[in-house]
Design a protein around this ligand. Structure first.
Ligand code: UDX
Length: 452
């Protein structure tokens, strides 16, 4: 079976490398020359653990074939996976120009009865429109929605040990054909993980294969992300109450999450969610519901809470700095939107650095992987440090915004010895033990941890 992947982003390149490693001849198309050149050299344009090793292996054994040509790849392919970007438009709805352009191009070259699989996150109803596009192009193509659930930072592990694969469409045989690809990945995953140098999970998920109607599959993806975003914003709302009521949000959520009906995951309060998915998927779902005349105020509230979190943390810090950032040196650790990735889209770290700089602080920032991507998004007055130590030296406050291992395992006494006397340690993801931090003489600020 021959596969074509449209797009070399987080989803496209990860899928292409994995499918090639599972034994499929896999073309991967990108029309961006620098991204394509990078893949041809065996490197992704973003940091993702193990991915470059898998790309290099695919190039070497000839199964991974990067190209910019639909005419070369698509006619030979039995399945075409669309993994192009869907940025949000100014009004919050998903910008589907690349989605339709890719479908149009693929339709021009696809062979009869090929399967066209949508992995890009699109609003419910998009698949039906693309089916119409195929009919108008007089192409016999079978459309499947196959939403993607991988997380950046653990993209390969999530793809190899998936908790579920959802395929939605109207023809059972076509859905089975797509599931065959994932069953092959499942059968080969140990050897693929070995090539990528990533460990197998201790407790692998069951890997459910779910077939649904087309529109249901489209709605599953955005609903999953919206619910996770809702959990985070809920935790952050309760964290604000905990701050006022002298409770500890971690203690609260540990016990609340022990109820299996609720679950502990995604109840970590902190600086809020960022990245290329949650903010966009929430605004996309809101736009979609408005278009259908449905009230989804609950998600508007989730987005509002999330947007408030960096400012909330800055306020707490400002109050602890005697009301002003003027003449204060503040270090920001973590510029990607979370640990394990170089992605800085909608990054709370970038946001916090800019807020604090605008309020007059002298800001230094450091990230082990995301400096290059963060630089154009940062206030030019912010200094980028070459190391954690350089960033925090003599600072009056440090904000640990992501839990990269080098920040999380850096000894508290070393933080204290480099920071200014009585400096503030702002634990933006409630990761550290407040008592260990305060034992070194530092002052501790968490989110919803006023007992400490
Ligand atoms: C998300 C979904 O998890 C994934 O299934 C989907 O395919 C794409 O969107 P991703 O954006 O890579 O993945 O990251 P994720 O790990 O979900 O985290 C999103 C954001 O929420 C990060 O900024 C993270 O730090 C934040 N977060 C997560 C919290 O603030 N609290 C939590 O409890 C969990």
């Amino acid at each position: 079976m021959t596969i074509t992947i449209l797009g070399t982003g987080y989803v496209g390149l990860t899928s292409a490398a994995v499918f090639a490693a599972a034994g499929f001849t896999t073309y991967v198309i990108d029309t961006n020359p620098s991204r394509l050149a990078s893949v041809k050299k065996g490197k992704s344009f973003f940091y993702e653990e193990g991915l470059d090793l898998l790309i290099a292996d695919g190039l070497q054994n000839g199964r991974l074939l990067p190209t910019d040509s639909y005419a070369v790849a698509v006619p030979k392919s039995d399945i075409i996976f669309s993994c192009v970007g869907t940025p949000d438009s100014p009004n919050g709805s998903a910008d589907l120009r690349d989605v339709f352009a890719a479908a149009q191009q693929a339709a021009q070259y696809a062979k009869r009865n090929a399967t066209y699989v949508q992995k890009s996150t699109v609003p419910v109803g998009t698949g039906k429109q693309i089916e119409t596009l195929f009919r108008q192009a007089k192409k016999q193509l079978h459309y499947v929605s196959n939403p993607e659930f991988l997380r950046e930072g653990t993209a390969l592990g999530d793809t190899l040990w998936f908790d579920r694969i959802v395929v939605g469409g109207s023809r059972q045989g076509t859905l089975e054909g797509v599931l065959h690809v994932y069953k092959t990945v499942q059968a080969e995953r140990d050897s693929i993980a070995q090539i990528a140098g990533i460990p197998a999970p201790k407790d692998p998920p069951a890997g459910e294969l779910i077939t649904t109607a087309l529109n249901s599959a489209e709605l599953i993806k955005v609903t999953s992300n919206a619910f996770l975003a809702l959990k985070i914003s809920f935790a952050n709302s309760i964290a604000k109450l905990a701050d006022k009521a002298h409770a500890d949000i971690t203690e609260v959520m540990n016990a609340v999450g022990a109820d299996p009906r609720i679950g502990r995951a995604f109840l970590n309060a902190g600086r809020g969610y960022g990245g290329g998915c949650f903010p966009k998927d929430v605004s996309g779902l809101i736009a979609s519901s408005i278009a259908h005349g449905v009230d989804l105020e609950i998600m508007q509230a989730a987005a509002k809470v999330n947007n408030s979190m960096p400012g909330y943390i800055a306020e707490k810090l400002q109050a602890a700095l005697d009301g002003t950032f003027e003449h204060k040196k503040v270090a920001i650790l973590g510029l990607s939107f979370k640990t394990g990735t170089s992605d800085t889209r909608r990054s709370p770290g970038v946001n916090l650095a800019n807020i604090v700089a605008e309020r007059g602080a002298v800001v230094t920032a450091y990230d082990p992987e995301a400096i290059k991507e963060a630089q154009p998004l940062l206030n030019p007055a912010i200094q980028l440090a070459p190391s954690l130590e350089d960033a925090i030296k003599n600072a009056h406050a440090v904000l640990v915004v992501t839990t990269w291992p080098i920040f999380a395992t850096y000894p508290a006494n070393k933080y204290a010895s480099l920071l200014a006397r009585d400096a503030l340690f702002v634990d933006c993801m409630n990761h550290f033990d407040p008592h260990t931090i305060t034992a070194t003489g530092l002052r501790y600020i968490g989110v919803g941890k006023s007992t400490s």
